[in-house]
Ligand binder design. Structure first.
Ligand SMILES: Cc1cc2nc3c(=O)[nH]c(=O)nc-3n(C[C@H](O)[C@H](O)[C@H](O)COP(=O)(O)O)c2cc1C
Length: 214
């Protein structure tokens, strides 16, 4: 079963393997075969410099400046409940009390260190060259990539949270001025015996989201 992985070993996934899974994901369908996705792998010194800036930004309370809005604000009631339930279940799983502000900040801060991953993909598309459906195309590519990683015994976790500081992405990723960054995907070999990786999110039962008409 696939699930999000948020703790990794320090072993690098070899570039040849990365390229083969990216090529496989590139078979994802897109409307009229437009293939609007761009994918950038950041690792090594470039990632460490980016990570340092991200953690400094988070720790200093830098104001988020998302370049695209992911969801409605406020969320529809059913979504809000699922999001709240997830947050509570994850904190409980990690043994963090709701009122423990310091531990909760540390928990949130894990996002801004990309969960310690040694390799992070950034998914993007060209600024000004998208409609609503382009997000769908990029989502299909993302899921194909996630599945490829999973099938090779690798783990990953999609991250919208880190889109809070696009200026840092533009600063550390050369020739990215014309890109709209959509998501980060830290990935790698899952750390065994990790409490955080043992977490399993809930799902709604079939009848909530599926029906047959005949
Ligand atoms: C678009 C998107 C953005 C996400 N952003 C974050 C994030 O910023 N931080 C995080 O820890 N998880 C993030 N997630 C992971 C979700 O919380 C996770 O997929 C969901 O709870 C279901 O759990 P599972 O992936 O383990 O099945 C994101 C997932 C998606 C699809």
């Amino acid at each position: 079963m696939r699930k999000s992985i948020r703790a990794f070993t320090d072993e690098l996934v070899p570039v040849a393997l990365v390229q083969s899974l990216v090529l496989a994901a590139n078979r994802a369908p897109s409307s009229k075969n437009t293939q609007p996705w761009k994918l950038i792998l950041v690792q090594g010194n470039a990632l460490e410099n980016l990570r340092a800036d991200y953690m400094a930004a988070f720790n200093s309370g830098k104001a988020p400046a998302f370049e695209y809005k992911y969801s409605l604000d406020p969320l529809p009631e059913a979504f809000k409940k699922r999001a709240t339930d997830l947050g509570k279940a994850f904190l409980t799983h990690k043994g963090i009390a709701r009122e423990d502000k310091e531990k909760r900040k540390e928990h949130d801060g894990e996002n801004y260190r990309f969960f310690g991953a040694k390799q992070v993909f950034f998914l993007a598309m060209n600024k000004g060259e998208y409609g609503q459906g382009t997000f769908l195309d990029c989502g299909l590519f993302l899921q194909a990539l996630i599945t490829e990683l999973h099938n090779k015994g690798l783990g990953c976790c999609p991250q919208y949270s880190v889109m809070a500081y696009p200026d840092l992405l533009h600063k550390h990723i050369p020739n990215s001025e014309n890109l709209l960054f959509l998501l980060a995907l830290p990935f790698g070999y899952p750390k065994a015996d990790s409490v955080v990786n043992a977490f399993e999110s809930e799902r709604e039962p079939l009848d909530v989201f599926f029906r047959v008409v005949e």
